[in-house]
Design a protein around this ligand. Structure first.
Ligand code: UD1
Ligand code: MG
Length: 481
C-alpha cells in the first residue's frame, strides 16, 4: 500500500457485499462460495481486503444461505452483517448502515465497498483507489475498466470534465443511450470508496422503481452529483482484475486467468512447467526452484513442493507437503500426505490422508497408504495396501502385502519394525507387531506378533504329486449321459 493510504488506512473500513444468490449460476451453492483458482470467491476478496485493513474492520454482508457463507469465512475473523432479504446492493449497504448504528460501532470516515463476486482485485489497485479517493476529496470513487465486451455491467457515464455523471445499469440503458455506444464502454467494477456520511445520508432515498425491482447502490452516484458532491472514476490497470463472476463461463475465465498468473509466478521462481496451460495449480501452492511439473499435473489446496522434485503427468496432489528431490511418477494421487526428501512414488500410487513417506522411501505402482508411516529407505513397491500402519526404516514390504486393519467394527494398527522383510502376498491381520529384523514368509496370513529376528509362516504346506498329469490323461473319459 502507498504511504498516503497507509497513513489513512485507519480511516477506512471495508464492506464486502456477499449476500446475493447468484441466480445466473443456476447452482444450489451460494455464488461467493464457488471457487476460482481453488479458493472461494469470497475468500479471495477477504484476502485482498485484509491487505488494507485488519479483519475486524471488514464487514461481510451475508444473506442467501448466510450460515454456509459465514461458516466458510468465520476463520478470517471478519464481521458479518445479515441482509435478511436480498433487495439489491443499495439495500445491502442500508443493512451495513443499520449495523453500525445498532451495534454502537463507530463507522469509519471512509468505506471501501468490494463485491464478493469480483475476486481478482489486487491489493495494489485497492490502494490506488483509496489514494485517489483521498487526494481528490471525492464523496465517491468508482473503480472502472473498459473490457472488450461491456454487456451486462453497469456503465459509468462521464461529464465533459471527466468526473462521473451517473452509473446506469445494463437493464436501465435507454434507447437514447444505446444509440451512443461510445459513451457506454466504461464499466462499473462494483468496487468503490465512499465518504461514509455522504453514502449513509443518501441510502434512504434509494427507490426500487427499476426493471429489476432492486435498490441499486449505483444510483447513489447520480444523487451525489445532484448535490454537488464530487464523484470520480479510477481505471483499473488490468481488465481481468475487475471482472465479475456471475456465470460459470465468467468464473472459468477468471479461473484460467488466475491459474496462468500462478504458473507464471512459479516459473519466475525457477520452476519448469511444461505446457503450463494444461496444469492446474491452485493460487496458494508453493513449489521450490528446479522442480519440474509435467503436463496435466494438478497441485491443489495447501500444497508445498520442495526443490528438485519432478511431478510427472496426471498426478494430483492436494493439501500435501513434498520435500526436496521427490519423484512422483505418472498418475499418483496424494491427499493430506507428507513425503520426505528423495522419496520415489508411483506410477499410480495412492497416498490417502495421514500418509507419511520417509526419506528415500519407495512406494510403487498400485500401492495405497492411509494413516500410515513408511520409514526412511523402506519400500512397498507393488500392489499393496498399508492402512493404520507404522513401518520402520529399511523394511521391505513385498508385492501384494495387505494390512487387514478393519474387523468390521474397529480399525487396528500394524506396527512393523526396522529391517523387516514381509514376503509377497502376506495378509497382516491387525492388531499386529512385526519386530525389528523379522521375516514373514510369502503367502502367509499372520495373526500373531513376530519377535525380532524370527521367521513366521502362516500357510498350509505345499503338496506335490509326481506324474499326476500323465496319470490323469490315462484315466478313462467320464461317461456323458
Ligand atoms: C453490480 C453493479 C453493476 C456492476 C457489477 C460489477 C449494482 C446495482 N450493479 O451488478 O453496476 O457493473 O456489479 O460486477 O450494484 N449482493 C448483496 N445483496 C443484494 C444483492 C447483491 O449482497 O441484495 C451482492 C452479491 O452477492 C454480489 C454483489 O453484491 O457479490 C453484486 O451483486 P450482483 O447481483 O452480482 O450485481 P451485478 O448484476 O453484477
Ligand atoms: Mg455481479
Amino acid at each position: 500500500m502507498s504511504d498516503t493510504a497507509n497513513e489513512m488506512a485507519s480511516d477506512f473500513g471495508i464492506v464486502i457485499m456477499a449476500a446475493g444468490k447468484g441466480t445466473r449460476l443456476r447452482s444450489a451453492r451460494p455464488k461467493v462460495l464457488h471457487q476460482v483458482g481453488g479458493r472461494a470467491l469470497l475468500l479471495h476478496v477477504i484476502a485482498a481486503a485484509e491487505t488494507t485493513v485488519p479483519a475486524d474492520r471488514i464487514a461481510v454482508v451475508v444473506g442467501h444461505q448466510a450460515e454456509q457463507v459465514q461458516a466458510a469465512a468465520a476463520h478470517t475473523g471478519v464481521h458479518f452483517v445479515l441482509q435478511p432479504q436480498q433487495l439489491g446492493t443499495g439495500h445491502a449497504l442500508q443493512c451495513v448502515r443499520d449495523w453500525y448504528r445498532d451495534s454502537g460501532t463507530v463507522a469509519p470516515e471512509h468505506l471501501l465497498v468490494l463485491s464478493g463476486d469480483v475476486p481478482l482485485i489486487r491489493p495494489e489497485t485497492i490502494a490506488r483507489l483509496c489514494d485517489a479517493h483521498l487526494q481528490q476529496h471525492a464523496a465517491m470513487t468508482i473503480l472502472t475498466a473498459i473490457p472488450p465486451d461491456p454487456t451486462g455491467y453497469g456503465r459509468v457515464l462521464r461529464k465533459a470534465d471527466g468526473d462521473v455523471d451517473a452509473i446506469v445499469e445494463q437493464k436501465s440503458l435507454t434507447p437514447d443511450l444505446l444509440s451512443h455506444p461510445e459513451r457506454l464502454r466504461e464499466i462499473n467494477s462494483g468496487i468503490y470508496a465512499f465518504r461514509t456520511d455522504a453514502l449513509f445520508q443518501r441510502l434512504g432515498e434509494l427507490r426500487n422503481t427499476n426493471s429489476a425491482g432492486e435498490f441499486y447502490l449505483t444510483d447513489v452516484a447520480a444523487m451525489l452529483v445532484r448535490d454537488g458532491e464530487r464523484v470520480v472514476a479510477v481505471a483499473a490497470d488490468s481488465v481481468d482484475e475487475v471482472l465479475g463472476a456471475n456465470t460459470i463461463a465468467e468464473m472459468m475465465h477468471l479461473d484460467a486467468s488466475l491459474r496462468e498468473a500462478t504458473t507464471q509466478r512459479l516459473m519466475a521462481a525457477g520452476v519448469t512447467i511444461f505446457r503450463p496451460e494444461t496444469v492446474t495449480v491452485d493460487a496458494g501452492v508453493e513449489v521450490g526452484a528446479d522442480s519440474v511439473l509435467e503436463p496435466f499435473t494438478q497441485l491443489l489446496g495447501n500444497t508445498r513442493v520442495g526443490s528438485g522434485c519432478r511431478i510427472r503427468s496426471y498426478s494430483v496432489v492436494e493439501d500435501s507437503t513434498l520435500g526436496d528431490d521427490v519423484l512422483l511418477r505418472n498418475g499418483c494421487i496424494l491427499s493430506q500426505a507428507t513425503v520426505e526428501d528423495g522419496a520415489l512414488l508411483g506410477p499410480y500410487a495412492h497416498l490417502r490422508p495421514g500418509s507419511r513417506i520417509g526419506r528415500a522411501a519407495h512406494v510403487g505402482n498400485f500401492v495405497e497408504t492411509k494413516n500410515t508411516t513408511l520409514g526412511a529407505g523402506s519400500k512397498a513397491n507393488h500392489l499393496t495396501y498399508l492402512g493404520d500402519a507404522e513401518v520402520g526404516t529399511g523394511t521391505n514390504i513385498g508385492a501384494g502385502v495387505i494390512t487387514c486393519n478393519y474387523d468390521g467394527v474397529h480399525k487396528h494398527r500394524t506396527v512393523i519394525g526396522n529391517g523387516v522383510f514381509v514376503g509377497s502376498n502376506a495378509a497382516l491381520v491387525a492388531p499386529l507387531r512385526l519386530e525389528d529384523g523379522s521375516f514373514v514368509a510369502a503367502g502367509s496370513c499372520i495373526t500373531d506378533d513376530v519377535p525380532s529376528g524370527a521367521l513366521a509362516l502362516g500357510r498350509s504346506r505345499q503338496v506335490t504329486k509326481p506324474d499326476w498329469a500323465s496319470r490323469k490323461k490315462q484315466m478313462p473319459e467320464p461317461e456323458v449321459r
